[in-house]
Design a protein around this ligand. Structure first.
Ligand code: SF4
Ligand code: SF4
Length: 163
């Protein structure tokens, strides 16, 4: 989590701890609904414990020698790759015009404002590949080459998410 720590520090925060919570993937292989629900439940329990450890001052920023450095290098490389212009140009989510209802949900929920509404949604060059737009499109109008068999997953409903 070294890279995350340096990002947090650059933003002016003082990191006091970190905890890994593994949630169901919304990319590549997506398991059945029950397995995803179990993962979410386990993650919530862990998050609650971690929140309590922050409150009582026992949270720590864990570091595993060699492994942490290796993960830092890999994460930095992937981040640079994701930001590369070529990558942004060729791995773009383009709305399928025959399916898109122009509802603007994808525009509203992109966390980095990377989608603008023209005649159809248009993605810019600042995609973080979170797949939120793909997962929440009500018409499955944003095909994604990463999705296993075209499956998508989202842990919350759109309305919960917008509250
Ligand atoms: S969420 Fe889907 S249907 Fe709605 S505007 Fe975006 S691509 Fe079109
Ligand atoms: S994948 Fe995420 S960051 Fe990229 S356009 Fe969709 S919602 Fe925005």
């Amino acid at each position: 989590m070294g890279l995350l720590r340096s990002v947090v520090e650059k933003k002016g925060y003082k990191p006091i701890g970190a905890c890994e919570i593994i949630m169901p993937s919304n990319i590549f292989f997506i398991p059945d609904g029950r397995t995803c629900d179990d993962k979410v439940r386990t993650g919530l329990v862990k998050a609650e414990k971690y929140a309590l450890s922050i409150l009582d001052g026992s949270s720590r920023w864990g570091r595993v020698p060699v492994l942490s450095d290796a993960m830092h290098t890999i994460s930095s490389g992937l981040l640079k790759l994701a930001e590369a212009d070529l990558h942004q140009k060729y791995i773009k989510f383009r709305a399928d015009k025959s399916k898109c209802s122009k509802c603007c949900i994808c525009v509203d929920i992109c966390p980095v404002g990377n989608i603008e509404m023209g005649e159809y949604p248009e993605t810019g060059n600042n995609c973080q590949y979170c797949l939120r737009c793909v997962s929440f499109c009500p018409r499955s109008a944003l095909p994604c080459m990463f999705n296993y068999k075209g499956k998508t997953y989202r842990a919350v409903d759109l309305e919960d998410f917008r509250e």
